[in-house]
Design a protein around this ligand. Structure first.
Ligand code: RB5
Length: 148
């Protein structure tokens, strides 16, 4: 397995799922930057998403994984950070495709929507895929141009 660094963050709705994913990633040899929160701590998903997204945008993590109740709010916040492309995935096909076609650097999931086993399969699909470039690179460049 590669020596990639993955930043992991959630709000209070996904603390248990985040711990399962952290252990899974560490077991695969990834370096995990777990940005919390701790159990019992109520947090605001925009803060969590933005912090993790800034970590990816700064190059301090190669990729990021976000969790909240639905995966939607924390994704919306992450996508406000320049250089971040985050998609919500509840299936493995989408998780593969957001890497292969959209060069997504963050994945978001909903801990109140899917179970842990599926979440781990989605994580593996996301991390196992590579950006295909070519015509998809042209389209990702068009996304980047929208940031300016
Ligand atoms: C928190 O209760 C919940 O709103 C949040 O986890 C998330 O689902 C928002 O998108």
């Amino acid at each position: 397995m590669s020596a990639k660094t993955i930043v992991l963050s959630s709000d209070h709705a996904a603390i248990e799922m985040r711990a399962v994913i952290a252990a899974h990633l560490e077991g695969q040899g990834y370096t995990v930057l777990d940005q919390g929160p701790k159990a019992g701590e109520s947090t605001h998903y925009p803060d969590r998403g933005a912090q993790a997204a800034r970590t990816v945008a700064a190059g301090d993590a190669d990729l990021g994984i976000l969790l909240c109740g639905t995966g939607q709010g924390i994704m919306m916040a992450a996508n406000k950070i320049k250089g971040v492309r985050c998609g919500v995935c509840m299936d493995t096909f989408s998780a593969r495709m957001i890497r292969a076609h959209n060069d997504a650097n963050m994945l978001s999931m909903g801990a109140r929507v899917i179970g842990e086993n599926l979440a781990l399969e989605i994580v593996d699909a996301f991390l196992g895929a590579e950006f295909e470039g070519g015509r998809h690179g042209t389209r990702v460049d068009l996304i980047r141009a929208l940031e300016d």
